[in-house]
Design a protein around this ligand. Structure first.
Ligand code: T5A
Length: 218
């Protein structure tokens, strides 16, 4: 039996990685084997591209050039990590996926949605997420968390990445675009108030997993 594919989306510092880890641990407690992964990255080639994509000193380039890099990484990640795990019956939890492209390069970056549709058809189909959590947080709060996480690290990569460096208006646009996706696709997406404590956020995540993925299988 195929595993289930769950993605976490949202702005910078909204708690995606934290919630992805909590979900993997809880699924393993109930006996479900999981693969936890991320984008950009998640396979050796895609991780190499991640370093290029997030380099804050990269020369100016278009949203299309950027999107094609993401989809190059995504094709490799899907082929070498996501699909093999799903085919082996594991559940895959991915920190960011196609909604990030639609929001960052599309809505905020100006790339037409039709181009993203074509890329999804070429690269992603039929491996679309079964369930997507959109962690909703005011831009200032998320950026503040991302910043304090960086300075907390023992061996920090202190520089903000290319996206964290964008202005506040850009980050507010991201928030609105993520909320819009959640409103348009309620059968796939669950919008969660990410300003709550991590345990409260996770309680909402787990309720949705039980209701949408576990209960129907029983
Ligand atoms: N991107 C990505 C695109 O432009 N297009 C695409 O198609 C894709 C896939 C990735 C960048 O790439 C862009 C978007 C991104 O800018 P990244 O380094 O992976 O860059 O950055 P993010 O995905 O934004 O991840 P972050 O690590 O910044 O944030 P998370 O994962 O949302 O947050 P997390 O869990 O690491 O938490 C951040 C800090 O807050 C604390 C944590 O302990 C941590 O210190 N925290 C909380 N504090 C209080 N309350 C809570 N509920 C908390 N939850 C976590």
């Amino acid at each position: 039996m195929l595993g289930r594919f769950i993605t976490f989306e949202g702005g910078e510092g909204s708690g995606k990685s934290t919630q992805a880890r909590l979900l993997a641990a809880q699924l393993s407690r109930v006996g479900i084997s999981t693969e936890i992964t991320r984008e950009p990255g998640g396979s050796p080639f895609a991780e190499a591209l991640r370093a290029v994509i997030l380099d804050p000193n990269m020369p100016q380039h278009s949203a299309l050039s950027e999107a094609l890099l993401f989809y190059s990484a995504r094709a490799d990640h899907l082929d070498n990590t996501v699909r093999p795990a799903l085919n082996a019956g594991q559940w895959v939890i991915c920190d960011r996926f196609i909604d990030s492209t639609r929001v960052y390069q599309g809505e905020a970056g100006g790339l037409p949605g039709e181009i993203i549709d074509v890329l999804n058809h070429m690269v992603v189909s039929p491996t679309f997420p079964d369930l997507t959590f959109i962690l909703d947080i005011p831009a200032e709060l998320g950026l503040g968390r991302a910043h304090s996480r960086r300075v907390d690290k023992v061996n920090p990569d202190t520089e903000a990445d290319a996206y964290e460096k964008r202005d506040l208006a850009f980050h507010w646009k991201l928030r609105e675009a993520f909320r819009e996706i959640a409103a348009q696709e309620p059968e796939r997406c669950v919008l969660i108030d990410a300003t709550q404590e991590p345990d409260a956020v996770f309680a909402a995540v787990w309720r949705a997993v039980e209701a949408r993925l576990l209960a129907p299988a029983r």
